[in-house]
Design a protein around this ligand. Structure first.
Ligand SMILES: Cc1ncc(COP(=O)(O)O)c(CNOCC(=O)O)c1O
Length: 420
């Protein structure tokens, strides 16, 4: 093998869906309901502090390195927020880590806790970086799909469920972690306390750590509440919970995230972080800390950004579901998050996508983007090789977009004769 071949830990990996569809969006310039970022300005509770942090009258030390495991003001704000939400007294120095987005938090979890041969249970569909990160650590991903269990005409993300027997069968003496994303991307499922209790009991039985990807924790609809796994009996000590400023404050380009949990587990993440990224952007951490200080005091009240965010997104969710249904698509109505998947097959029975490459859902997504300038994401990107066919009938749309953007998308969808 050439000395210049990629290391084994990355050989065999392909480009992510974000690379391919990001390039397509640059070429086609579609109405982009693909990658999950809002097309509107962030709240002043973080934008103003960032302007002040970098202004000439600001504290010039904010332009220099800060504490590696997290800017003191930010880890203190997070320890205060999650201490309040979980009822646990959280040590900001040993139980919180600031990372370059939730992405890096996930990387630190897998690289810090997974030994070669360890098994990691991944619930499908899954956020696409979970599998390659587990494999880079030498881990063995074990997949279990959420399955649609309903005959109803209108489908809810709650109708996508795990089979308890099948789930139990995935645990073994080799199982190190299970990754749960709630609210879920791309289904929008908000795992119930009962569903998380089933998983928690299996974690305790098999001595497994739960990795809770809760980046959409503030975005839940219809009175649904986001339940935190680390508040269940016996789960604080075996949970690592991940958050994202990008999703919390709608500033995905600020690429700041975090992990929190018991010090003995967090130590491994801190060591990976220290020997890879080391420290994150100081001014941005300062601004997010101030935003958290402000918003923590407003939780659940009028004027709370997080309350207003869910209230602003729910009608957008209902609008996109309605116009997709009007042409024969069948959306899964999300309980949370700002994505949905829609079954397009009835709508697109007679279209010819053979000119496009990839899995059927990828061909459809490329057809819709290229020929009608409306971009979604093929959900097969969120499945293992073995289960990619589970996604063949679906396309994912992001609806955290200005009403004018959704109106453009609606107009495109409605120009397509339904039941083509
Ligand atoms: C479940 C989940 N975890 C983690 C992350 C990463 O969060 P961060 O941006 O903070 O690294 C994301 C961000 N996803 O946004 C891209 C998309 O799905 O269109 C995510 O959805």
């Amino acid at each position: 093998m050439s000395k210049f071949s990629p290391a084994q830990r990355v050989s065999g990996m392909g480009e992510s869906v974000w690379v391919e569809f990001g390039q397509l969006a640059l070429e086609v310039k579609p109405v982009n309901l693909g990658q999950g970022f809002p097309d509107m300005p962030p709240p002043e509770s973080v934008a103003k502090p960032l302007r002040e942090a970098v202004s000439k009258d600001g504290n010039f030390l904010l332009h220099q390195y800060t504490r590696g495991f997290g800017h003191p003001r930010l880890v203190n704000a997070l320890a205060g927020l999650y201490g309040r939400l979980t009822g646990h007294k959280i040590n900001p120095n040993t139980e919180v880590l600031i990372t370059v987005g939730a992405y890096e938090a996930l990387f630190c979890v897998f690289m810090g806790l997974v030994n070669p041969g360890d098994e990691v249970i991944i619930i499908e569909p899954f956020y696409d970086c979970y599998e390659p990160m587990v494999r880079m650590a030498g881990g063995v991903p074990v997949f279990i799909p959420l399955k649609l269990k309903t005959q109803n005409e209108t489908i809810s993300s709650a109708d996508w469920v795990l089979d308890p027997k099948e789930l139990a069968s995935k645990f073994s003496s080799k199982t190190k972690l299970i990754v749960i994303n709630t609210p879920h991307n791309p289904l929008g499922k908000v795992f119930s306390k009962e569903e998380l209790t089933v998983i928690a009991d299996l974690c305790k039985k098999h001595d497994v750590v739960a990795v809770m990807d809760e980046v959409y924790e503030w975005i839940v609809y219809g009175g649904k509440t986001h339940f935190r796994m680390n508040t269940l009996p016996g789960m604080w000590e075996r949970s690592i919970t991940i958050g994202s400023a990008g999703k919390t404050f709608s500033v995905t380009g600020w690429k700041t995230g975090w992990a929190y949990g018991p010090a003995n587990l967090m130590r491994a993440l801190q060591l990976v972080h220290q020997n890879s990224v080391y420290t994150c952007a100081t001014p941005i951490q300062e601004a997010i800390a101030i935003g958290l200080e402000i918003e923590t005091e407003k939780i659940g009240q009028n004027g709370s950004y997080w309350k207003e965010l869910a209230e602003e997104l729910e009608p957008k969710r209902d609008r996109i579901c309605k116009f997709l249904q009007s042409v024969g698509m069948k959306p899964t109505v999300p309980e949370g998050g700002y994505f949905l998947i829609a079954d397009y097959t009835q709508f697109a029975k007679n279209i010819d996508v053979s000119g496009f490459t990839g899995t059927p859902d990828s061909q459809f997504a490329k057809w819709l983007s290229t020929t009608h300038k409306l971009q979604g994401i093929p959900p097969s990107a969120f499945y293992s090789e073995e289960h990619k066919s589970y996604a063949k009938d679906y396309i994912r749309f992001c609806f955290f977009k200005q009403d004018s953007t959704l109106a453009q998308a609606e107009a495109i969808i409605k120009t397509l004769p339904s039941k083509m």
